[in-house]
Design a protein around this ligand. Structure first.
Ligand code: SAH
Length: 272
């Protein structure tokens, strides 16, 4: 894609750029992300980065998948960091492409620390996080003056894949009228139980948004009490966000309603 005539940085050989690809729709890539893709020699990408986006890399760029595939465990984080270091030491322009924003539940900080320790120069290019862009596509505002002046993002998995125990669930529920939970599907029942136990009402509006911004996007509006059963009945699958709060009820009034009414994803942003 031709970038507007902005002064975009050149990607120096031997550098790693940690880049957020946004939640899926290629139109949500930033100009910096497209600029990075246009120049990369090697792209190390995660499961949530779609093919259309990868097609923006130059022909001849090495594309390496660093996610979980076919039930096989994902490569160890340490191995991914070592691979980035190895490629950078070979003088490649290494693009580490992650879903959403690299520093939001994306382990980007671990990679940045490993690169710093190894003395590899890098920069971070933020992306639109799924909890922001995905909910916007679903017609769910994160804040609204009448309902909330604060929002909390949390993860349904900690480093060992469990519901985070160290969180003060009661304090969080008291303090934050809107909660956005990433990685929510695996432990949905337990997350709902935690939130109810912490004091949230069964009637609190809630939604599950899966494959947000992508052609297969689904939005299920429900309540906290019914969320797990409704999600099972509807066959909601990851990647999905679970949002709880009165803002969900605004969706109907805002009328972004039917996700298929959203513009379809841009076709490949071919390299210029
Ligand atoms: N760094 C990413 C988050 C990585 S964690 C970001 O900033 O968005 C992976 C979780 O992100 C998924 O389990 C899901 O909860 C959420 N997610 C990512 N892409 C999504 C999408 N297109 N639709 C819904 N949820 C998504």
């Amino acid at each position: 894609m031709q970038l507007p005539s902005l002064d975009m940085p050149s990607f120096p050989p031997g550098w790693v750029w940690l880049v957020g690809a946004g939640p899926g729709d290629p139109g949500l890539l930033t100009l910096h992300a497209v600029n990075a893709l246009n120049q990369a020699d090697a792209v190390i990408y995660d499961a949530l980065v779609g093919e259309e986006i990868l097609r923006c890399a130059p022909q001849g760029a090495v594309l390496e998948y660093a996610g979980k595939r076919g039930g096989k465990p994902s490569p160890k984080q340490r191995d991914i960091s070592l691979r980035l270091i190895e490629l950078a030491r070979q003088g490649k322009r290494v693009l580490r492409l992650k879903g959403g924003d690299p520093f939001v539940f994306g382990r980007g900080a671990e990679e940045a620390l490993a690169l710093r320790e190894a003395g590899i120069p890098f920069r971070v290019i933020p992306g639109i996080s799924a909890g922001i862009g995905g909910l916007a596509y679903a017609g769910i505002p994160l804040t609204h003056r009448d309902t909330n002046s604060c929002v909390t993002f949390l993860t349904g998995h900690n480093a060992s894949g469990e519901v985070p125990e160290s969180l003060d669930w009661e304090a969080m529920v008291r303090a934050s009228p809107v909660l956005v939970i990433y990685m929510a599907i695996k432990h949905l029942d337990r997350l709902v139980a935690k939130l109810r136990h912490a004091g949230l009402s069964d009637e609190r509006p809630a939604a599950l948004v899966s494959h947000a911004t992508l052609p297969g996007m689904r939005v299920l509006t429900t309540t906290l009490g019914r969320a797990a059963d409704d999600a099972r009945a509807a066959g909601i699958e990851p990647p999905a966000l679970f949002v709880i709060g009165e803002v969900v009820a605004l969706r109907a009034a805002i009328g972004a309603g039917d996700p298929s009414a959203q513009p379809s994803p841009a076709s490949c942003l071919a390299t210029g």
